[in-house]
Design a protein around this ligand. Structure first.
Ligand SMILES: [Zn+2]
Length: 458
């Protein structure tokens, strides 16, 4: 029998039965380690959870481990800190650098949305308050402690952390926690095995407990060549005098889209229409991408060409002027799931006109505007007003940053022995269950789907 000090508890506080709000608490050796600290996104019932008190006292958490910078993994940090968390946030250097862009930007969007709601009076709350502010987003960065892949970091006496490259976005990691003589592995979001821009996920070979994501647990990516698919969309849109609007954050999908567009243009396969990156963060993001050459596959020269191939738009006035331009262009603007940011005013302008195309290049969480549009809704609410969707809508999921079900299974096959228990999280219920069945039947492992709030004692 294990002694009291060997007791180990997992608590699933988010990304259980859904893809957002990633947070799993590990309690062991008298400590509390929170793995990921994400915001819930999508359906209103999920978003309301962001306003609820955190399920455990934030001051009682000793450290946070961040697998990557996306807001659904990092965006609750400013609130955790506001509510009393005083420990360190452990992340890779690239993750910290990206959070330096993302967290203040997210705060700025929350502030702007609250201001807008107050001006127009369409909030049910008077006055509407931001979830957190830009200043709180910036302050969160002070808590970060950075490390590289495959280095051992002591989080607390008797608790060690190692990050492994997960390939999903710059700096994205799987994480191994060594505690009480056991290894707990979190896959984090896994990337593609064959992306020309991002590295493939590194193998992890040992786990006593494993938590694996299942975003695409029930799907395989379209095997069509993404370059061909992108060329088709651009050519038919430009032929009818339209603009291709791509909701995407300045880092992540953007570099791979720019990489393909640059190749297509050089090969003369698409017309030389302007590529515009409408993002005040684009310069920072490009700098981060160039600085972290080891985290991706582009050599310095290609990286410089790809990152320099778009016209960068920084000011809000310039951004609004883009909507008055009648010539076709390829316009990349945040946010990727159209949950906020400048892409909203572009959507209001381009969505009602059938000449244009709305091109989605990443996972769209259910309930987000992006997912509603991809699902075929014919009108969408933007800043309190309904806007009709008459533009062509395309979703090229082969451009996704997520491993598909076969790629997740391949990554699991690297483990040299079955974990005592595997938990499937970070997926919609159908995706999570489909992956569970495949893990049980194809690998013969003990596996279950994590439930929101579930407590597991090992
Ligand atoms: Zn992610």
């Amino acid at each position: 029998m294990r002694s009291q000090t060997d007791a180990l508890r997992l608590r699933f506080l988010g990304a259980a039965g859904t893809v957002t709000g990633s947070r799993t608490l590990v309690e062991a050796a008298g400590r509390r380690i929170l793995v990921d600290c994400g915001l819930f996104q999508g359906w209103k019932t999920l978003r309301l959870r962001n306003w609820a008190p955190f399920p455990v006292e934030p001051a009682s958490i000793d450290a946070v481990v961040l697998t990557h910078a996306h807001i659904d993994h990092s965006g609750y940090l400013p609130l955790l800190i506001r509510n009393g968390f005083r420990g360190a946030v452990h992340a890779t250097t690239a993750t910290r650098d990206l959070c330096g862009v993302l967290l203040p930007d997210s705060g700025r969007i929350h502030e702007r949305d609250a201001d807008f709601a107050n001006q127009k009076g369409f909030s049910k709350h008077a006055p509407a308050l931001p979830l957190f502010t830009e200043a709180e987003g910036e302050r969160a960065l002070d808590a970060f402690r950075t490390t590289g892949f495959e280095r051992t970091v002591e989080l607390a006496p008797g608790i060690e952390l190692v990050f492994h490259c997960a390939g999903h976005i710059l700096g994205a990691a799987s994480a191994t926690l060594r505690v009480a003589g056991r290894k707990i592995v979190f896959s984090g979001d896994l990337g593609r095995s064959n992306c020309p821009v991002m590295r493939a996920p590194d193998p992890v070979r040992e786990a006593d407990l494993l938590v694996v994501e299942s975003t695409y647990g029930d799907r395989l990516h379209d095997p069509a060549d993404p370059e061909d698919a992108l060329a088709d969309v651009v050519n038919r849109t430009v032929a009818r005098g339209g603009t291709v609007l791509i909701p995407a954050f300045a880092v992540g999908r953007t570099q791979i889209i720019l990489y393909y567009l640059d190749r297509l243009r050089r090969a003369g396969r698409i017309p030389a229409v302007p590529v515009v990156m409408d993002s005040p963060m684009a310069i920072d993001a490009t700098g981060i991408f160039r600085r972290h050459g080891d985290d991706h596959r582009l050599d310095a020269a290609t990286c410089a060409t790809v990152c320099g191939s778009a016209r960068l738009v920084r000011t809000a006035e310039e951004s609004k002027r883009l909507d008055q331009q009648s010539e076709p262009m390829i316009l990349i603007s945040a946010s990727g799931m159209a949950t906020g940011g400048r892409v909203l005013h572009h959507l209001a302008h381009f969505a009602p006109d059938p000449r244009h195309t709305l091109l989605f290049a990443g996972y769209q969480a259910p309930g987000t505007r992006g997912e509603r549009i991809v699902r075929g809704e014919t009108s969408i609410k933007l800043h309190g007003a309904m806007v009709p969707i008459r533009a062509e809508v395309e979703s090229l999921d082969m451009l996704s940053a997520h491993a598909d079900a076969d790629e997740i299974l391949s990554w699991l096959r690297w483990f040299e022995r079955p974990p005592a228990m595997t938990f499937v999280n970070h997926g919609e219920p159908a995706a999570a269950d489909c992956l569970r069945v495949r893990i049980r039947d194809e690998l013969g492992w003990r596996v279950r789907v994590a439930d929101q709030g579930e407590i597991f004692d090992a």
